[in-house]
Write a protein that binds this ligand. Structure first.
Ligand code: HPA
Length: 281
């Protein structure tokens, strides 16, 4: 791809102009309905996406569309929080969806925490549970590295011949997350996230397929961002708030409003886990 280097440079320098001396090493992508964590970023510098050159604009309901940079309460560490992300179902390319991650890399971010709302394929999961993503299946049939992998590597100064995906989610961060769940007295099952293009929720037959392919949760985001983060050498932690039970044989109706509401009910658990990971940061 031509121009990725110039675009990430322009975006990161506009952000740096706003940041003063803050240099967060941890970034958090807040998924549908999970924006509540943003209230805990103290003395936040707020940067609307619209003011950052080449940044896409968030359009999905429940997504604010801005960066927040400040100290995450209770951790003593600064974070960069993305309030609103770019979904492929909105018409963004995988490359656009991953763009903020490449910008984060330029800003010096080393650890990426991604959260999302997802349907629970695993019958043991209940609405309001949080799943620790230990692996994913990319059924979006899109990949942000198509056509520009080598260019991106050059601009990032990353020395790796091909992005290894044998362990995209960092095992030591998973252990920190699990310790936080134990301290908080809630379960945090490890599972496989299946990324679908959307925007339709799945049919019964598709839920059956996702489960048969090894999935525990299914959603419409996260995969492009994680691919870009791994390519850039960042450590990744992924969390799914389970917002609806995808039992093919007794499937209720799934609505965006219901998903956003249920995601908020998982908010406290997510907060505890994210705080622990940022504090360990
Ligand atoms: N499918 C896809 N994405 C989702 C779901 C689902 O059931 N729930 C929340 N996001």
């Amino acid at each position: 791809m031509t121009g990725l280097s110039e675009k990430t440079a322009a975006a990161s320098s506009a952000i740096l102009d706003e940041l003063g001396t803050l240099r967060p090493r941890v970034a958090v992508i807040l998924g549908s309905g999970l924006g509540g964590l943003a209230d805990r970023v103290d003395d936040a510098t707020v940067i609307p996406y619209a003011s950052i050159p080449h940044f896409p604009r968030a359009t999905a309901a429940g997504h604010a569309g801005r960066l927040l940079v400040g100290v995450l309460r209770g951790t003593g560490q600064s974070v960069l929080a993305m309030q609103g992300r770019f979904h492929l179902y909105e018409g963004w390319t995988a490359r656009q969806a991953a763009f903020p991650v490449w910008v984060m890399k330029r800003l010096g971010v080393e650890t990426l925490v991604v959260s999302n709302a997802a349907g629970g394929l695993n019958p043991a999961y209940k609405v309001g549970d949080v799943m620790l993503i230990e692996d994913h299946v990319n059924l979006m049939f899109r990949n942000p590295l198509v056509g520009q992998h080598h260019d991106a590597l050059k601009q990032l100064n990353v020395e790796r011949p091909g992005p290894d995906m044998s362990a995209p989610y960092d095992r030591s961060l998973m252990r920190v997350a699990e310790q936080a769940a134990r301290s908080g007295g809630f379960g945090l099952p490890r599972g496989v996230y299946v990324g679908m293009l959307g925007p339709t929720y799945e049919t019964r037959a598709e839920y059956r397929m996702c489960r048969a392919l090894g999935g525990d949760a299914v959603g419409m985001s996260t995969v492009p961002e994680v691919i870009a983060a791994r390519q850039s050498g960042m450590r990744v932690l992924g969390l799914s708030a389970i917002t609806n039970a995808c039992s093919p044989d007794q499937l209720g109706e799934t609505t965006h409003e219901g998903v956003v509401e249920a995601a908020a009910s998982a908010g406290e658990k997510l907060r505890a886990v994210v705080e622990a990971v940022v504090a360990a940061g």
